[in-house]
Design a protein around this ligand. Structure first.
Ligand SMILES: *Cc1c(COP(=O)(O)O)cnc(C)c1O
Length: 394
């Protein structure tokens, strides 16, 4: 039968029926180890009891009332996010792109407040910020932008992990109001910058009065071993966006602001019908509570180290593997040639992985993965890589 869904995704020919922790089962009851978590969304794994309970309890009471009224769970979630992030306030929405839209609007208000008519944001090459017109204009990937011109004005792209490039753009341009950056580029190929990259951007923003906007949509909610990845650098951005794992699968996004950035979005300037509704917020509260109660984030660094250590040792003689790196449970394995077909071979072997930037295998397993599952993941994957990179066996 032909599908009536617009073909915006190249989908694998599997459909999942149910999940439990790191496991998924398809319609034929075949089991898969999920090392992608629905693209960094299901950090607590599938069908987590606390998430399930929060959804049931809230749906029994109330799903939605709109932001024309107070929402207790939204207040409580904002309080939790503020405590955890050291930011000042939050705007709630339903996705990552929407969180970045709010961030971009704040940056533009900030520029206009200083009399800059055409405020401009520095963004990075190979970045990914979403698919709406503003966020795809911010995205530093011509493939994402192709066919959608005219793009939104007001973004200048510089290479990632390149402070002099930012400095030179700032020196030549007096309309720059903000710098938008991912702590690690996820879609761009798990690109981990120099340790002090974010500190240097923070410093530049302070010196020039620019807003530092950190897109933590993929790196946030514990993925890298801190609640937010910028906490590895002991800095506070002016704006931080989160989404993906915040609701463990229930759509929710948030734009967090600090200091001068926190007072710009006032009544009538922005909004969202669904944003921060009772269902999404009580689910997110359960997610945060579970992360704390089970000390999940504290274990992320050792689990990530275990995975890279095992993979490095299993693949140490494989010359086609050029790099294995991680920050917490965000893991990249570079091969020396395009390897998109590994996704299909892995799926046939009951393992769900992703390949991004053509040659980079990306792993984003649920944060609750245990050592036995890590062993299975790394043995299976290293065997698949060996077979893939050994021509005679192909
Ligand atoms: C996924 C992602 C987005 C977009 O989020 P959506 O919820 O798909 O709109 C933006 N930025 C980064 C870094 C992402 O990984």
């Amino acid at each position: 039968m032909t599908s009536h869904i617009m073909p915006t995704y190249g989908r694998l020919p599997i459909t999942f029926e149910r999940g439990d922790g790191v496991w998924l089962w398809d319609q034929t009851d075949k089991r898969y180890l999920d090392a992608l978590s629905g693209i960094a969304v299901c950090n607590l794994g599938h069908a987590h009891p606390s998430v399930h309970q929060a959804i049931c309890a809230q749906s029994e009471k109330l799903l939605h009332t709109s932001n024309l009224y107070g929402i207790a769970s939204q207040e409580a979630l904002a309080d939790q996010l503020i405590i955890k992030s050291e930011m000042d306030n939050v705007f709630f929405c339903n996705s990552g792109a929407e969180a970045n839209e709010a961030a971009i609007k704040i940056a533009r208000l900030y520029g206009h407040q200083q009399g800059i008519d055409k405020p401009c944001i520095i963004a990075m090459e190979k970045s990914f910020h979403g698919r709406t017109l503003a966020t795809l204009s911010a995205t530093g990937n011509p493939k994402v932008q192709e066919g959608f011109s005219p793009l939104l004005e007001g973004f200048l792209h510089v290479p990632y992990n390149d402070i002099p490039a930012i400095e030179s753009v700032i020196a030549k341009n007096n309309t720059i109001v903000a710098i938008l950056v991912e702590p690690i580029q996820g879609e761009g190929g798990v690109n981990i910058p120099a340790y002090n990259y974010l500190n240097q951007i923070r410093q530049l923003c302070d010196q020039r009065g620019l807003l530092m906007i950190i897109d933590e949509i993929q790196t946030g909610i514990g993925r890298t071993g801190k609640f937010l990845a910028y906490q590895h650098n002991s800095i506070i951005p002016d704006i931080c966006t989160v989404a993906k794992a915040l609701g463990n699968g229930v759509p929710i996004g948030a734009c967090l602001a600090h200091g001068k950035a926190a007072s710009l979005l006032t009544a009538g300037k922005h909004g969202s019908t669904f944003g921060g509704n009772p269902l999404a917020c009580s689910t997110a509260l359960a997610v945060l509570e579970t992360l704390d109660k089970d000390n999940i984030i504290q274990q992320v660094e050792s689990k990530g180290a275990e995975i890279t250590k095992r993979l490095s040792s299993l693949l140490k003689n494989n010359t086609s593997v050029s790099n294995i790196r991680n920050k917490g449970l965000m893991i990249g394995i570079d091969l020396d040639s395009p390897c998109a077909e590994l996704v299909t071979t892995a799926q046939e072997h009951g393992l769900l992985i992703n390949v991004t930037a053509e040659k980079t295998i990306r792993l984003l397993p649920p944060l609750i993965i245990n050592s036995e599952q890590i062993e299975l993941l790394t043995t299976t994957l290293s065997q698949l890589i060996e077979e893939f990179t050994t021509p005679c066996k192909k």
